[in-house]
Ligand binder design. Structure first.
Ligand SMILES: [Zn+2]
Ligand SMILES: [Zn+2]
Length: 211
């Protein structure tokens, strides 16, 4: 599996492109900006984009999707509890002080906790991790976890936005993510990669060294 990282959009949100080398199927996780570098990468690998998965519905993770859909004609998937955020993209932009000239994606499909997606023969498991937003999820593919704004390198996502809950975030991290194998690689929505083992020890909020 090829994993490419593209920091895109207004605040450099990590967009992840996954390409299964065998089947040449590709999946995007979040799309916060201009899709052209992704299109180039797909062409270079002779791969076809199947769909876009979203870790949550905040503007900086979904802003590039409507434009990309004009070219790729793929559906966008989001947890059912965050669908309202995607539909309210212009309102979100306004609230954060940006110009609201982006339309929400079309063809929005929802998923829940136990849904499984596929890329080639690889399973993509949905782990519902509410806290940063009600419908925040992480995607687990083998030993790779895409954590959105739930878990960061030595940090966690903010919970002071509408719908946020530190109690829920705490439960999501300690009861779900920290139960995964320590050698799972974590690809967050912002900044650098980390691992579950590293965060269990050094995370500023939940690491054993800081408790
Ligand atoms: Zn967010
Ligand atoms: Zn974000």
């Amino acid at each position: 599996m090829i994993i490419k990282t593209f920091p895109l959009g207004l605040i450099g949100t990590n967009t992840y492109l996954l390409i299964d080398e065998e089947s040449k199927e590709a999946v995007l996780i979040d799309l916060g900006g201009d899709f052209h570098p992704i299109k180039e990468e797909l062409e270079k690998n002779n791969a076809e984009l199947k769909y876009i998965l979203n870790t949550h519905g905040h503007f900086d993770h979904i802003m590039g999707e409507r434009d990309a859909q004009q070219v790729f004609k793929v559906p966008v998937y989001i947890h059912e509890d965050d669908k309202y955020l995607v539909e309210n993209l212009p309102k979100q932009l306004e609230r954060f002080g940006f110009v609201a000239n982006y339309l929400p994606p079309e063809n929005i499909k929802t998923f829940t906790q136990n849904d499984v997606f596929k890329i080639g023969n690889n399973e993509i498991k949905v782990i519902h991790t509410p806290g940063h937003t009600p419908g925040s999820v992480c995607f687990l593919i083998g030993k790779d976890l895409f954590s959105g704004d739930t878990l960061f390198y030595t940090s966690v996502g903010r919970t002071d936005f509408e719908g946020g809950s530190f109690a829920k975030l705490s439960n999501s991290i300690t009861q779900k993510l920290f139960k995964l194998d320590e050698d799972v690689d974590v690809y967050p929505g912002h900044d650098s990669k980390t691992t579950i083992g590293y965060e269990k020890k050094y995370n500023c909020y939940f690491g054993s060294d800081n408790l």
